[in-house]
Design a protein around this ligand. Structure first.
Ligand code: PEP
Ligand code: MG
Length: 575
C-alpha cells in the first residue's frame, strides 16, 4: 500500500531502500559474524544461557508465596515452555550454524520472526503472547551478557536498509556507527535529542516523530526517506521513485561541490576569520573531521565511550582514546568535554537508577562531583593526553560557583596525582565551561572569572529556558531557537564574553544550522562547532556573509518582540 508520513527532519539527505523493522532489544545486542571454528562454542553459550534462564525460573517458582494468585505459576510455566520450544531452543542454533550469527543476534532474529507470527493472529489473547516471547528472550539475552565480553562485530554492508523503530536510544544509535544503515526513522524523539545528534554525525538521512511508522510499515517495504523535509514515502509508485532518485543525485552533487571548499580559509567577505570546529562522539570520527577540513574539535562528547558496556572505561583506556584524537588532530585544538551522562544518555548496560526528572537530576558535572573517583580518572586521562596535542578540558552543565571551584580543585588534584606517579602532562591545559543552563548565562561574570573559555550548549540552553524536554516529540513544536528569551541569552553571552576577551563558541546544534549562521555572526560569534557533515555548508554561508550588513540586521532580529516578524527579518538576513 502506498502512503506518505510526515515527521520532524533530523538529518538531511535522501535515502531509498528496504524497511528493516527493529525493536530496541534488537539494537542493543551485538551483531557480528563468527568464524567457522567458533560455531560450536557459540552453540554452547546459547545452551548455557537457556539452562541458566530455566534455573532462574525455577528459583522464581520457589519464591512464590503461598496463596499467591495461580497466574504466577502459570506465567513461569509458560516461559519455561517457550524456552523449551524448538522455535527458541533449536532454530537459533541453525542460524548460528548456517549464517554464522552470534548467539544474541540469532536469538533476536528468531524472536522477531515469532513476534510477527503472533502479531498476525486473530485471537487477541494469543496475539498478546508475543510479549511473553520477548520477555523470555530478554531473559536469555541477559544470561548471555552475564558471560564474557563480546568481540567487536566487523562492519557489514547494510547501506540499503532503512531502520524503522519505535524509539532508539543514543546507545542504540552508536551501533549504527558499526553497521552503517542507509537511514533511520522513528515514531518518537526530539530533533535535538542525542539520538538525533548521533544520526547527524553519521551523516545519514533521518526522521523522528512519525508516530505510527513502526506499526504501519512491513519488513522489506520500499521506503524513501527525505531527511531534509521530514517526509517518508512508503511503497512509492515509479514516478515518485524517479523524482526522488533525481533529487538524491542532485543532493549528492551539491555535497560533492561543497568539498571544493575544504581547504578554503574560513572568513566572511570582509576577511574576518571565523573558526569552524567539529563535534565528535568517538575517536574514529576524526577521519570525517579531517575530511571536512575542521580547524579543531570543539566538542568531544566523551560519554559515548562509556555506553554499550557493563564496566566503566579505565583511565588507561580513556587516555588512549583521548591521545588518539589529540594525535590525529596534529596540534589543532581538541576540546574534551568531561562525562555528561544522565538525562537521555545512560551509561553501562544495566538499569539506570530511578530519577524522577532525569534532565534536572544528577547529570553531567553533578554526577562527576558526586563520583569524584570516576571524575579524577577521566581528568588524569585527559591531562596525560595533553602531551600529544593541544588538549582543553570542557565542563558541562555548570550552574553554581561552587561547582566550578570543586571541579577546578579536582583538576588540580588530578595533576598532583600524575606528578606523584611521575606521569607526564602539559601544565597549561585550559579549562572551560559550557553555558547551557540559563542561570549560567545570566550569571556569566562568575564563570568568566574562573574559566579560560566558554562554549554555549544551545541544545540544553533552549531545553532549560523554555522548559521543553528535548527528547519529547509531543513538545517538539515548542522547541524554538528563535524564541526571544533564547536569543537574548545567547546574544548576551557572546557580547559579554567578547568584551572581556574570553573566547566563546557555540557547540549546540544551532552552530550547524545554515540558516542561523549569519544571525550568530551578526551577534558577534566567531567560533562554531558542529558535526563534520555540516561543516562545509556552514563554511559556504560564512564565505558569502557581509558582516557590515549582517550586524545591524541581527540586532533587529534580536530586538523584534514578535517571533513571526523576527522570522521575516531572518529571511532578509539570509537573502
Ligand atoms: C548542548 O547542550 O547544546 C550540547 C552541545 O551538549 P549536548 O547536546 O551533548 O547536551
Ligand atoms: Mg548539553
Amino acid at each position: 500500500m502506498n502512503f506518505v508520513l510526515h515527521g520532524a527532519p533530523v538529518s538531511a539527505g535522501i535515502s531509498i531502500g528496504q524497511a528493516h523493522l527493529v525493536s530496541s532489544a534488537r539494537m542493543e545486542v551485538a551483531h557480528y559474524e563468527i568464524p567457522d571454528n567458533a560455531v560450536q562454542g557459540e552453540i554452547f553459550r546459547l545452551e548455557a544461557a537457556i539452562a541458566r534462564a530455566k534455573q532462574e525460573l525455577s528459583a522464581l517458582e520457589n519464591q512464590i508465596p503461598r496463596g499467591a494468585p495461580g497466574e504466577f505459576g502459570a506465567f513461569i510455566n509458560l516461559h519455561r515452555m517457550i524456552l523449551d520450544d524448538s522455535s527458541l531452543s533449536q532454530a537459533p542454533k541453525a542460524l548460528i550454524r548456517e549464517r554464522r550469527c552470534n548467539a544474541e543476534w540469532a536469538l533476536v532474529q528468531q524472536m522477531e520472526k515469532l513476534a510477527e507470527q503472533f502479531e498476525a493472529m486473530e485471537d487477541a489473547y494469543l496475539r498478546e503472547r508475543r510479549q511473553d516471547i520477548e520477555q523470555a528472550v530478554e531473559r536469555l539475552l541477559k544470561a548471555l551478557a552475564g558471560g564474557q565480553s563480546l568481540p567487536e562485530p566487523p562492519p557489514s554492508a547494510e547501506k540499503d536498509l532503512i531502520v524503522v523503530a519505535h524509539d532508539l536510544s543514543p546507545a542504540d544509535m552508536l551501533l549504527f556507527k558499526r553497521h552503517r544503515f542507509g537511514a533511520f526513522v522513528t515514531d518518537v524523539g526530539g530533533v535535538t535529542s542525542h539520538t538525533a545528534i548521533v544520526a547527524r554525525s553519521l551523516d545519514i538521512p533521518a526522521i523522528v516523530g512519525l508516530h505510527h511508522a513502526r506499526d504501519m510499515i512491513r519488513e522489506g517495504d520500499t521506503l524513501i526517506v527525505d531527511g531534509t523535509q521530514g517526509v517518508l514515502v512508503v511503497d512509492p509508485d515509479p514516478l515518485v521513485l524517479a523524482e526522488y532518485r533525481l533529487r538524491q543525485s542532485q543532493h549528492g552533487l551539491e555535497r560533492q561541490k561543497l568539498k571544493r571548499l575544504r581547504s578554503t580559509p574560513s572568513a566572511t567577505l570582509d576577511g574576518t576569520p571565523v573558526e569552524l570546529f567539529a563535534n565528535i562522539e568517538l575517536p574514529q570520527d576524526t577521519v570525517e573531521v579531517k575530511e571536512a577540513g575542521a580547524m579543531g574539535i570543539g566538542l568531544f562528547r566523551t560519554e559515548f565511550l562509556f555506553m554499550n558496556r557493563k564496566d566503566l572505561p579505565s583511565e588507561d583506556e580513556q587516555f588512549e582514546a583521548y591521545r588518539d584524537v589529540a594525535r590525529a588532530m596534529q596540534g589543532a585544538p581538541v576540546v574534551i568535554r568531561t562525562l555528561d551522562i544522565g538525562a537521555d544518555k545512560a551509561i553501562g548496560g544495566g538499569a539506570q537508577p530511578h530519577m524522577p526528572n532525569p534532565a534536572l537530576g544528577l547529570r553531567a558535572i553533578r554526577y562527576c562531583l558526586a563520583e569524584p573517583q570516576v571524575f579524577l580518572a577521566q581528568l588524569r586521562a585527559i591531562l596525560r593526553a595533553s602531551k600529544f596535542g593541544c588538549v582543553r578540558i570542557l565542563l558541562p552543565m555548570l550552574a553554581h560557583a561552587h561547582e566550578i571551584a570543586q571541579a577546578l580543585a579536582l583538576v588540580k588534584q588530578a595533576r598532583q596525582q600524575l606528578q606523584d606517579k611521575g606521569l607526564a602532562y602539559e601544565p597549561g591545559v585550559e579549562v572551560g565551561g559550557m553555558i547551557e543552563i540559563p542561570a549560567a548565562a545570566l550569571a556569566l561574570p562568575m564563570f568568566m572569572k574562573k574559566l579560560d573559555f566558554l562554549s554555549l550548549g544551545t541544545n540544553d540552553l533552549i531545553q532549560y529556558t523554555l522548559a521543553i524536554d528535548r527528547t519529547d516529540d509531543a513538545v517538539a513544536h515548542l522547541y524554538d531557537p528563535l524564541h526571544p528569551a533564547v536569543l537574548h541569552l545567547i546574544a548576551q553571552v557572546i557580547r559579554t564574553a567578547n568584551r572581556a576577551g574570553t573566547p566563546v563558541a557555540v557547540c549546540g546544534e544551532m552552530a550547524g544550522e545554515p540558516s542561523l549562521v549569519r544571525l550568530l555572526l551578526g551577534l558577534g560569534l566567531r567560533n562554531f562547532s558542529m558535526h563534520p557533515a555540516q561543516l562545509l555548508a556552514i563554511k559556504e554561508r560564512v564565505l558569502r556573509t557581509n558582516l557590515a550588513q549582517a550586524q545591524p540586521l541581527a540586532q533587529r532580529v534580536l530586538r523584534q518582540p514578535d517571533p513571526a516578524r523576527a522570522r521575516v527579518l531572518l529571511a532578509k538576513l539570509n537573502a
